[in-house]
Design a protein around this ligand. Sequence first.
Ligand code: NDP
Length: 331
Amino acid sequence: MDLFKPLNVQEDSPDNDIKNVEKVRCLILGSGPAGYTAAIYTSRANLAPVLYTGLQMGGQLTSTTEIENFPGYPNGITGPEMMDDLRKQAEKFGTDIRFGIATAVDFSGKKHRVTIDDNKIIEADAVIIATGATAKYLGLESETKYAGMGVSACATCDGFFYKGKDVAVVGGGDTAAEEATYLAGLCRKVYLIVRRNVLRASKTMQEKVLSTKNIEVLWEHQTVDLFGENGVEGATLVKRKGTKEEEIVKIKIDGFFLAIGHTPNSAVFKKYLETDQTGYIKTIPGTTKTNVEGVFAAGDVQDPHYRQAVTAAGSGCMAAIDVECYLLNMK
Ligand code: NDP
């Protein structure tokens, strides 16, 4: 199951034929730590926020295992549990939480118009964009061919289906290390395919990976193809040997997990908002303000660097305070 399907982007302004227009003071897009924290603060400030969750309610953390580095949880907490608690906390203070995605926006006027699911327009005084980021794929044809048939970008969602089998994880960052460790607890063997001769992951995660007996790290390997009759049965890799020499390596696997980073979910806003080259929304340093007055961005969609649950939550809080201030001064 692909939980990271990109937004259905519609570049034009919202369809003016849509009669279903609802006016709100504060609209929040996204239900990760940034969106929910913004919701907790804005609802406690009596701004009656409406929050649209996006496709993956709870955001990326719903597909993570143990979170050990969020302050206040000495024994750790699972991602889904934390997101459930955040949702309940936002609801407790009155946030109107709804399932739906932004399919178009019009940020040209003083009131900001956001089309939800192509059939409803929300007109908001202030908008907080907390739409997060989406998993990247290698771009191989076979990834598409085997989507849902052995290829996944979420070990926590799909790992269960590979119990007792052999799988591979691509990537060398914290996500790859975490997914490989998680899968090692379920699967017979896990290959970790790393394109360089070092891991980017934190020291602790590296130690976990390297001390887990059924994880084999394939250093300096790149995946070039996947093969199989009715689903993934193996992968073809290229191993770099020296500067010019290369060796083709085939591994037998039933599951192929991508963990090579993310793309910010900002495409639907790009006509109006300034972004960097990768698409991360630019904010005025030290604030969550974008280049459009009354539109704020928080969490991973504007953070190419830290990308942590706690920094996302922190920027969600900042966005809520920025909105409060903006609405107070709005004429
Ligand atoms: P990162 O960007 O940190 O790492 C991506 C990895 O994928 C890198 O090792 C990169 O290789 C590799 N990669 C990228 N493109 C390709 C490709 N085309 N082929 C092969 N390999 C490729 O992303 P993560 O998702 O791992 O982490 C994002 C952020 O989230 C980080 O800041 C991380 O610390 C944090 N995080 C924290 C967790 C925690 O604290 N529990 C858990 C998960 C993530 P290379 O190194 O060569 O560039």
